[in-house]
Write a protein that binds this ligand. Sequence first.
Ligand SMILES: N[C@@H](CCC(=O)N[C@@H](CS)C(=O)NCC(=O)O)C(=O)O
Length: 202
Amino acid sequence: MLTVHHLNQSRSKRVLWLLEELNMPYQMVKHQRDAETHLAPPSLKLIHPLAKAPVIVDGDIILCESGAVMEYILNQDSQNRLRPALTEPEYYAYLEWLHFAEGSLGLPVIANIFMKMEQRDHQQPMDGYIAKEIALDFSYIEARLSQHDYFAGEQFSAADIMMTIILDIASNNGLLAGKTHTLAYLEKVTQRAAYLQAASHG
Ligand SMILES: N[C@@H](CCC(=O)N[C@@H](CS)C(=O)NCC(=O)O)C(=O)O
């Protein structure tokens, strides 16, 4: 059976959420962040050299990087749910947003949090760069969600799971102020039963 190594308050919630949506059997090993450093505990390094969550283990396969883990799990689903077929026009929108979550959006959102913990004069190159990326990314997201119910189109997909975790962090840090479509979307997807089940693990 597939094992999910879950770190509290982390991107491994994506994997739990997807497995709950698909109603797939799995077992979970919980890892608790260090109370002071907020980093992963040594127990995660025993599973994978990067010591980051998520990591899944399935037989001989040990896989990290949440986008890859999502695709791995979708490939196990005989009903091909939560991902448009390769022949459907929505497929490449799905692929774009699945990768956008980590490839574009993750860095400015996380960097913004760390930069707020520092004393800054707001004149350094990083300030301008991160502010520009945040403005660009959230306008792009808002435009998409003003035209479509979900990121890939009108159907909920694994791309929504990838995007929501970062949007949730962004919302908690005040980055979605005034983004009415994005906030309404977040409210909608975080009411799904599978999301609530995944979130109940911390
Ligand atoms: N791009 C990776 C990011 C993995 C990552 O940074 N995970 C964080 C949790 S959200 C982590 O394990 N942090 C603990 C640490 O760095 O010690 C993914 O999407 O899986």
